[in-house]
Design a protein around this ligand. Structure first.
Ligand SMILES: [Zn+2]
Length: 306
């Protein structure tokens, strides 16, 4: 995983060309190679796992995870794909949401609190993160929260034996905190480095094929599920709102952004430009950067007309 390529000559150019060098890049910094996506198998058939609100089938298509700065790998994408190593894109399509509206709904599972913080505190942090994306002026998502029912959620957690439900709950579901063993079960040896993860579930037609109702070249998302790793200390080490904002960015179809660097003297890893959608957690960041906003606006600026 640690294939560091020395591109020192390129660094100066990168600084000039990107967004003003928000973090200083020194000659001791080497660029971290962006990892190739990972292809994995689910423990069950990938065909037709759950049920969309209208009875249509869904399956788990992809996961995106973020890692801490001191991990030995960078956050990455995992495709649960039985059709070969073909990268695919996924996005919500108007008129397909299980909540019956084109507004974006979210849900916070109250049955899986963190070990480290009271449920009310983590829920407030998630609410703030969702509001931050809702406040983007380029888009009109009307993000709203569906009240908790007390039932456990999560198609992915159900598939891996950690309880849950195969039913639609909301467009973006914060499924709560699960033990490190869950992440190891899903991601193998990588699981210990997964701070938080967003799974993309896609709609299938009657023949089990992904659908693209709005012909944007992206398979239609049924919903997304977000899990937090309770192996980490969320009271002292990791900021809930920062990770929730990052994962909700994936929930709203954004991908990772930015280039990682490791300092050869200190070992410290940093990203340029620094952004919510960096693949590595590098401290508290509860406002979106210009690049995050640009990514969001390109996806959602004309929603629901797209
Ligand atoms: Zn991520």
């Amino acid at each position: 995983m640690n294939h560091f390529s020395t591109r020192l000559a390129g660094l100066a150019a990168l600084c000039l060309l990107t967004f003003g060098c928000q973090q200083e890049i020194s000659v001791a910094d080497i660029a971290l190679a962006t990892p190739e996506p990972i292809y994995a198998q689910l423990p069950v058939s990938t065909k037709s796992l759950g049920k969309g609100a209208d009875g249509s089938s869904v399956r788990i298509a992809m996961a995106e995870f973020v890692t801490p700065a001191d991990a030995d790998e960078i956050g990455n994408r995992v495709f649960f794909n039985d059709r070969g190593n073909k990268q695919l894109a996924y996005d919500f399509a108007p008129g397909t949401s299980g909540d019956g509206t084109d507004a974006i709904s979210y849900y916070i599972d109250a049955t899986r609190p963190s070990n480290d913080l009271p449920l009310g505190q983590t829920s407030d942090a998630i609410d703030r993160a969702m509001t931050t994306w809702d406040d983007a002026t380029c888009s009109d998502l009307d993000i709203f929260r569906i009240p908790a029912t007390g039932q456990p959620t999560g198609l992915v957690s159900a598939v891996y034996g950690y309880g849950g439900s195969t039913d639609y709950v909301a467009d973006v579901v914060h499924n709560g905190w699960l033990p490190g063993a869950f992440f190891s079960k899903v991601f193998g040896s990588r699981g210990k480095n997964v701070l938080g993860v967003t799974f993309t579930l896609v709609l299938l037609d009657a023949n089990g094929r992904e659908v693209d109702t709005n012909n944007d070249g992206k398979s239609d998302v049924a919903w997304r599920e977000i899990y937090y790793n309770d192996r980490f200390n969320w009271a002292t080490s990791i900021d809930v709102e920062t990770i929730a904002l990052h994962e909700a960015g994936h929930g709203l179809s954004q991908e990772h952004f930015g280039k990682g660097f490791r300092n050869t003297k200190t070992g410290e890893v940093k990203y340029s430009p620094r952004a919510v959608m960096n693949a590595i957690y590098s401290g508290v960041q509860t406002t979106v950067a210009g690049t995050d906003n640009a990514g969001h606006c390109s996806l959602w600026g004309s929603w629901p007309n797209k």
